[in-house]
Write a protein that binds this ligand. Structure first.
Ligand code: FES
Ligand code: FE2
Length: 363
């Protein structure tokens, strides 16, 4: 690993506390990276749609007649009423304001009395599309129409995830756990992306499943990949059939810059993180839990509860204290602990993240 020749200081506090930087990020990093929109199980049938927002923009995804998932800005091309609300199913998209009607490819089909307009050509009018990709059953969008595809941003991740979670295509969400944190989103992301704090702050982590001395987090394109060896699989709080497949006894995680992470626990148990920005001082972390076909599972529910009560709870106090500290006039950015050998007690993942954070406000 390449390590800097002299200490590198952590990011200046204003990146986390200045409302202008937060605003700039909406047009910067958030508008040109791949953002989680939803899960394919929300669009099972032709005409299923759901609305959501990215970088302050209201968008929606819909499944068209050919089965393709399309994403559009959620705005009518007549006089800007929002086209859909929440989630639902429709054969045609009818604007609630003056009933202009679009098909599921976004093309304008008709509108009351539009034929009376000399020269009116409906074929020139269609909803504004947004790039979207399906990634192992998860839908991501990118407001930058020139963005490279997800496999270039996150090399190898699609294949690794399918290896670690062989059943991933048949998973459906069964539970969302919403965790509100009074801190800037980047404080929470950084905390997720280093394990220098784990030994001291996560007793279940350090003494439970993983072997802390083997834990490492390395950049893989714009993914931060967490790897570790596991121990004590007999001591797991749920049964794991180690013979089920090659990765049944493995733990790993793939953080996709800037706001999403896939995490896999032993037993091929997938769970996800989605950081949702509220304002400069607040972020909500959505933890997603999944089972095959969305079958109810006591095991997964217990796991979600245990996770919420241990690691998540422990981290909330850390990130909120850091956010208060970043507003403290007595703080001067300190040096990151970059061990050239990497490993659990090194902050090389923070070095990469803070570089992306700086780039994220360059317009
Ligand atoms: S704004 Fe949509 S039909 Fe007029
Ligand atoms: Fe933590």
């Amino acid at each position: 690993m390449n390590a800097p020749a002299s200490p590198v200081l952590s990011l200046e506090a204003r990146y986390y506390t200045d409302p202008d930087i937060f605003k700039t990020e909406q047009d910067g990093v958030l508008a040109r990276t791949w953002q989680f929109a939803g899960h394919v199980s929300q669009l099972e049938n032709v005409g299923d749609y759901f609305a959501f927002s990215v970088a302050g923009q209201n968008l929606f995804c819909v499944r068209d007649k050919d089965g393709e998932i399309r994403t559009f800005y959620n705005v009518c091309q007549h006089r800007a009423h929002e086209l859909v609300e929440g989630a639902g199913n429709a054969k045609l998209l009818v604007c609630p304001y003056h009933a202009w009607t679009y098909d599921l490819t976004g093309a304008l089909r008709s509108g009351p009395n539009v034929k009376s307009v000399p020269g009116f050509d409906r074929t020139n009018i269609c909803l504004t599309p947004v790039r979207s990709e399906e990634f192992c059953g998860f839908i991501f969008v990118n407001l930058d129409s020139d963005a490279a595809c997800m496999d270039e941003w996150f090399p190898g991740v699609r294949r690794e995830l399918s290896d670690f979670v062989p059943q991933i295509k048949s998973l459906k969400p069964i539970q969302w756990v919403e965790v509100s944190e009074n801190c800037n989103w980047k404080v929470s992301i950084e905390n997720y992306s280093e394990c220098y704090h784990c030994q001291l702050n996560h007793p279940t982590f350090a003494t439970g499943v993983v072997k802390p001395e083997t834990y490492d987090i390395r950049p893989q394109g714009y993914c931060l990949r967490h790897t570790t060896e596991c121990q004590n699989l007999d001591a797991m709080s749920y049964p794991v059939d180690l013979d089920a497949n090659d990765f049944a006894g493995s733990y790993s995680s793939w953080f996709l810059w800037p706001l999403f992470s896939f995490q896999v626990y032993p037993g091929n148990v997938l769970n996800t993180y989605h950081w949702r920005l509220v304002d400069v001082d607040r972020v909500v972390v959505w933890r997603g839990w999944y089972t095959v076909n969305g079958e109810p599972s006591e095991t997964i529910r217990d796991l979600a509860r245990q996770d919420r009560e241990t690691t998540v709870e422990e981290d909330i106090h850390l990130v909120e204290s850091v956010h208060r500290g970043l507003k403290n006039r007595g703080y001067k950015p300190g040096p990151l602990v970059i061990d050239p050998r990497g490993g659990v007690a090194s902050e090389h993942s923070i070095l990469a993240l803070q570089q992306w954070m700086r780039e994220g406000v360059e317009l």
